[in-house]
Design a protein around this ligand. Sequence first.
Ligand SMILES: [Zn+2]
Length: 500
Amino acid sequence: MIFYRKITACLRRAAGETLAVAVTSQKLIVVVLIALAAGVGVQAQTLNIRIAVVSTSPASIQVNAEFSTPTDVISFPNAYGNALGLAERFENVAGRKPNGQAVAAKKLAPGEFQTAEKINQISYEVNLSGPMPPAQHSHVSSLNNERGILMLSDLLPRSLKGSGAFSSVLVRLDLPPGWIAASNGEKRTSLSYFTEEPDKMVFLIGPRLQEKSQHIGAKDFSVVLSGAWPIADKDFLKIAGQIVREYSKLTGFELKRNTVLMLVPFAGDAPPTRWTAETRANAVVLLLGNQGSAKQVKSRLGIALAHEIFHLWVPNSLNLEGDYDWFFEGFTIYQALRMDLRLHLISFKDYLDTIARVYDSYLSSPERDALSLIQASERRWTTSTSVVYDKAMLVAFLYDLQLRASSGCKASLADMYRQLFQRAVTRQADANETIIGVLNERFGQQSFARQYIEDVGIINLESALSPYGIVVSHTSAGTKLSADHANKEQKKVLNCLARN
Ligand SMILES: [Zn+2]
């Protein structure tokens, strides 16, 4: 499961039902099949690939790949996160021997092909026309008449990605006339890109992409937009840039490479409350509903980015090993909520309302107290999303509250991030051990982490919050948290919680 470790997919907030609909049936054929060997200097361990858009309706791309170690087995990935059935999309697989002679590939099962002789070139088509829930669009490659999001993690054969297969990829794009590209890879020419992290490489392609960049610290932060938006390009850069600066300050750590935010409208004319995002290495892919007023879109953009941009730090800049989704998802949800409050994107009442909603979601999950946060993180893609997101978020809230109260508002959860970044960037370390160590040190005791992170600590907000004057009431519209009757001492802690 190393493949998933640093991939952060924020799946919960934008469960989509609307299917992407191709707008016209215009067919764009741009591909000319040329074997890649000609004229391309093949470096050892570098996979040379060409990706060509065959047609946008129906959506199809052609991939040609040339590799240094011949093989007779081609195996495509079938799943990414909780998206399944991806292997069905691969068609017309064919191979070539080093001497250029064609070799037929026999399909053994969906996504599994074998050739009678060893080959070092393959070509295949990927059918991207199948319906896909809009919430998957930030996680899996897609293409339509207006744009495409291409992710190498689901487009390249797995069998070429094993250890020793290759360590880098050079991608050349063939796009429909008038289309351009943006990528988190290193740009070599206008349509070729290099990466040493093939699984993290993402392309946004389309006819009308707007790109704007600014320096933040020593690096560039770029925003690439597709589609029509009710706010100006520079506002996107301003909002994202502010959040990047805030997290640099919070963690005491500046991003070490250029970063790109790719922003695309959520499918089906959706309001800005609908969004789905994923952060891969130095790229944030965000699909956000664009059907709303400028104010609504700005506010939701800020809320989505407060979460997603933090993933550029946690986990993507940490050198931590192991399954610790409880921390980089659950604690990130909470820390992003704190950022929303700090940037005045939400009120303190909204903050309490969000915690109440998450508590309801936690209470409604039958598996909520079956596994510890660490155990749940090992099974995030199968059964334990509520624990990893909801319960871990509530644990972060309780930790923050108790730390603020016990320190007389001199410390908070935010401080532990700075300490974590001093410790877990240069030297590789075990994630759970390191994070729990920092949490315990800040708190001055070990029982909190043992109870709620290592063991199956049951969360009871009613009793946990009553010492702070926060009353938990259950109404027909869901749980409510209110602090209207707090005494003077309790108000001190509440005021601390309400400010940053
Ligand atoms: Zn996330």
